[in-house]
Design a protein around this ligand. Structure first.
Ligand SMILES: [Zn+2]
Ligand SMILES: [Zn+2]
Length: 167
């Protein structure tokens, strides 16, 4: 990884032209100990990742949506796992619900949030925006539709800070 090319947005398929909306969302983990409020800009579409790290972490398919860091408020105890030099994954230490995958700066602060859509009732009706690492998808997971798709090679070529997927 080249530390001078810090990522601005590592989420699946995001681009500066991503459509965002401003609104108020509330979500919580399975046990209710962690509550997340989004008050401000977020993308009301879901991205999917089939990389090997996300498969291990999620159990098969990783889903997220992007929210501006300044829009997100979290209450309750959260456990963070630094899964990459540039990113952390978080979960509720009581029930294990996955909360987010975040791009973090050198001080460990989130640059933006990639929140788990299943925590939010409002996100249940949102469309799929994009898929990355499609060539690594599990045989049991195929997502239909006309959304954008990128292979591992395509995604890593466009995001050189990614260290590469685990084998
Ligand atoms: Zn919980
Ligand atoms: Zn992934």
């Amino acid at each position: 990884m080249n530390s001078t090319t810090a990522p601005s947005n590592p989420d699946p398929g995001a681009s500066p032209s991503s459509s965002t909306t401003t609104g108020h969302l509330t979500g919580h983990c399975l046990c209710g100990a962690v509550n997340i409020t989004v008050q401000g800009e977020h993308d009301p579409r879901v991205g999917a990742c089939h990389c090997r790290m996300c498969q291990r972490w999620s159990g098969g398919l990783f889903l997220c949506f992007t929210a501006d860091a300044s829009a997100v408020t979290v209450t309750g105890e959260v456990t963070r796992y630094r899964s990459s030099t540039f990113a952390e994954r978080a979960f509720c230490p009581r029930c294990g619900s996955h909360l987010w995958f975040n791009d973090v700066d050198d001080g460990g602060q989130p640059r933006s949030y990639e929140l788990m859509p299943g925590l939010f009732d409002a996100a249940r009706s949102w469309p799929l925006r994009s898929e990355i690492y499609v060539d690594r998808a599990m045989a049991s997971v195929h997502l239909a539709g006309e959304h954008r798709r990128k292979s591992r090679a395509e995604y890593e070529a466009q995001n050189p800070y990614v260290e590469g997927d685990m084998e």
